[in-house]
Structures are given as C-alpha cells and as structure tokens.
Design a protein around this ligand. Structure first.
Ligand SMILES: CC(C)(COP(=O)(O)OP(=O)(O)OC[C@H]1O[C@@H](n2cnc3c(N)ncnc32)[C@H](O)[C@@H]1OP(=O)(O)O)[C@@H](O)C(=O)NCCC(=O)NCCS
Length: 197
C-alpha cells in the first residue's frame, strides 16, 4: 500500500527495522494476544513481521486487496505509535438483523465475508484521536479507491475505547452480548454509489 499522509500521521508499510518498537507496543505495552498459540515473545512478533512484509509483496503480485498490518507513524517525529489495517472477516453476521437487512441475506447459519478494520495505539499516545485519524484515512481509501461496499469493526463489550472510535467513525453499532468474539459490530456503508475515482 502506498503511504497515506494525514494531518498528523503517516500510515505506511512496516519495515524490518520496526521490530523492536512494534514488539514493545503490541506485546509489552498492550499485551495483545489473538489466540492461545501466541506467546507475546519477540520471536513470535518477528515471525508476524516477516509474514506481514511478505504479505505486501504477495498481495501486490496476486492483485489482492491491501489486507494486513500497517505502521502508524507521527508525521513530525517519524515515531512509530501503532498499527492499523484492513482484515478479511468471515463471521456469522447474519445473526444481526441490521446486516441481514443491509446485505440482503436471510440465513443466520452461514459465515459471511466482509472487509474489517483494526487499530492499536501505544498507551503513551492514546486519547489524542490518532486511532480515529488513521482509521478515517483507511476508510477513505477503502471507499473511494477500493470501492468496498461496507467496512466492519468487531470488538468486545468491554472495549470502550474501541467502541468509541467505531462510533466516531460514524459506524452503526450493533451488539450480540452473548457471542464469544463478536459482541460488538460496527458497520459503515459506502454511500458513494460507485462514483468515487
Ligand atoms: C482502541 C484504541 C486503538 C484507541 O486508540 P486512541 O488513539 O486512544 O483512540 P482515539 O483517541 O482516536 O479515540 C479514543 C476514544 O476512546 C475514548 N476512550 C478512551 N478511553 C476510554 C475508556 N476507558 N472508556 C470509554 N471511552 C474511552 C475517548 O474518549 C475517545 O472517544 P471520543 O473520540 O468520542 O472522545 C486503543 O485504546 C488501543 O490500542 N487499544 C488496544 C487495542 C485494541 O483494543 N484495538 C481495537 C481492536 S478492535
């Protein structure tokens, strides 16, 4: 993905030299673990970074959408402060009446594919609107250039900062409190009617 420049940020592809900083942010500061197989070690983060770097090349060669992790960097100091990107979602979204209506589906049993958005910001830089600014720029790329029909954000009931960001992005928030991992889903529809360049 070409770098995106916003008022205060640059969203760019990761580089091998980002390993130490992104390990500190995601594993040490935020303790993010997506599955029981992740152990928050630098060795694990190194593999993640290698996979991320390879995905840029492979996605480009295969003409795939720019799914994957991007670095969020402060424009002024070039300090790495977080990560964001698009992610493929395969989820039982038909459980949500709004989705059934907006996507025109009737089944609740199937998993449906959508484009998701994710973000993480170092605690030292939180609550300054950086997650919002980075996500807004990604959404603009997604809607205008990639012509994605809708963008989805999934989080849990207790992730108030994440829910706040999804709301500020203008997403419609739906909740499934008893679901294991899909408790809060934000939906943003592309209303540009395919007119974007
Ligand atoms: C979610 C996260 C990326 C937000 O980053 P951020 O740069 O602080 O986000 P912003 O400054 O753009 O917005 C933060 C919003 O959360 C709100 N917020 C912050 N802490 C909060 C809390 N404890 N309870 C409720 N709202 C809170 C802020 O008021 C702000 O909302 P507003 O814009 O309506 O005022 C950050 O908290 C994070 O990295 N969390 C861990 C990773 C994660 O959970 N990612 C989301 C996965 S779906």
């Amino acid at each position: 993905m070409k770098p995106i420049v916003t008022n205060r940020l640059i969203i760019r592809e990761f580089r091998p030299s980002d390993l130490g900083e992104i390990y500190r942010i995601l594993d040490v500061e935020l303790g993010l673990v997506d599955s029981v197989e992740q152990d928050s070690s630098i060795a694990q983060r190194k593999k993640w970074l290698e996979w991320t770097l390879q995905s840029y090349e492979q996605n480009r060669m295969l003409l795939n959408p720019p799914y994957g992790n991007n670095a969020i960097v402060l424009k002024d100091s070039l300090q790495l402060i977080g990560a964001c990107g698009f992610t493929p979602i395969l989820a039982p979204l038909g459980l949500i009446p709004y989705y059934r209506y907006s996507a025109g589906v009737v089944d609740e049993e199937y998993n449906y594919p959508e484009v998701g958005i994710f973000f993480a910001i170092s605690p030292h830089y939180q609550c300054r609107g950086f997650a919002y600014e980075a996500s807004k720029a990604l959404i603009e790329l997604g809607f205008k250039k990639l012509k994605i029909k809708r963008i989805v954000g999934i989080t849990n009931l207790y992730n108030n900062p994440s829910i706040a960001v999804l709301k500020r992005l203008g997403m419609r928030i739906e909740t499934l409190p008893s679901h294991k991992w899909m408790q809060v889903v934000g939906f943003l529809e592309n209303n540009l009617n395919g007119k974007a360049d």
